[in-house]
Design a protein around this ligand. Structure first.
Ligand SMILES: [Cu+2]
Length: 93
């Protein structure tokens, strides 16, 4: 589960009329992973499933705020995440 908060302490709208998409991207190799699914659980809380890091290394979680009618990206919050060999091996079964 992922709660969207801003690191700079700027206020976050309690309710958003936008939809959200989480893109998994590996910048060093210029590829992503299969699309995730995002489901709204509560105001400001979203459940993300189908999150598959297909290899270890440096990834980016690109959290896109979408305009629902046009499906246009309005804003992107990028969070770096490192998947170690150990974590990768533990997650594949
Ligand atoms: Cu890669």
């Amino acid at each position: 589960m992922f709660r969207l908060n801003r690191f700079d302490q700027s206020p976050v709208l309690l309710e958003s009329t936008n939809s959200f998409v989480l893109e998994l991207w590996m910048p060093s190799m210029n590829h992503g992973s299969s699309p995730t699914t995002v489901t709204k659980v509560d105001i400001g809380t979203y459940l993300v499933e189908q999150v598959f890091f297909i290899m270890p290394g440096d990834w980016e979680l690109r959290w896109h705020k979408m305009q629902p009618e046009t499906n246009q990206i309005l804003e992107t919050l990028t969070l770096p995440v490192f998947i170690s060999d150990e974590e990768f091996n533990q997650s594949s079964f």
